[in-house]
Design a protein around this ligand. Structure first.
Ligand code: ZN
Ligand code: ZN
Length: 132
């Protein structure tokens, strides 16, 4: 069934667009492949080992969090499993947002001070007899 070539002008344009898109995807896939060639398939945090079967759970992390920074020597890449990668980004976000959530201490260390203690002392003699 080979033979008939029906290439039109629009097909050529499609080709150009598709190629541009493919270039971008290839660049993104490219660093992953390079990183997987450069480094052993082990999570840099939890040391979990990966095989071809679960390799999709191993991700390429950018140390400086800049996905456009892809030096060929791999110095900006780190292989992390999905979980550790998540963790890494959560920690980074914490740092960026500036630790706004300082919940916890700071709520009244004077709780032990009872403003009625003095009053109680004043009333002590009289009302103490009725109660009880
Ligand atoms: Zn991990
Ligand atoms: Zn990352």
């Amino acid at each position: 069934m080979a033979g008939s070539k029906t290439q039109t002008g629009s097909a050529k344009l499609d080709h150009i667009v598709a190629e541009a898109r493919r270039n971008r995807e290839q660049r993104e896939q490219g660093y992953r492949e390079q990183a997987l060639k450069l480094y052993p398939w082990i999570c840099g945090r939890c040391s979990r080992e990966f095989t071809r079967a679960n390799l999709h759970e191993l991700t390429v992390h950018h140390r400086d969090h800049n996905h456009d920074n892809n030096p060929a020597d791999g110095s900006n890449w780190e292989l992390l499993c999905l979980y550790c990668h998540d963790n890494e980004h959560a920690r980074y976000l914490d740092k960026v947002t500036g630790g706004e959530s300082k919940a916890g201490d700071g709520s009244g260390p004077d709780v032990t001070h009872n403003p009625f203690a003095h009053l109680k002392g004043l009333l002590g003699g009289k009302q103490g007899a009725d109660d009880d």
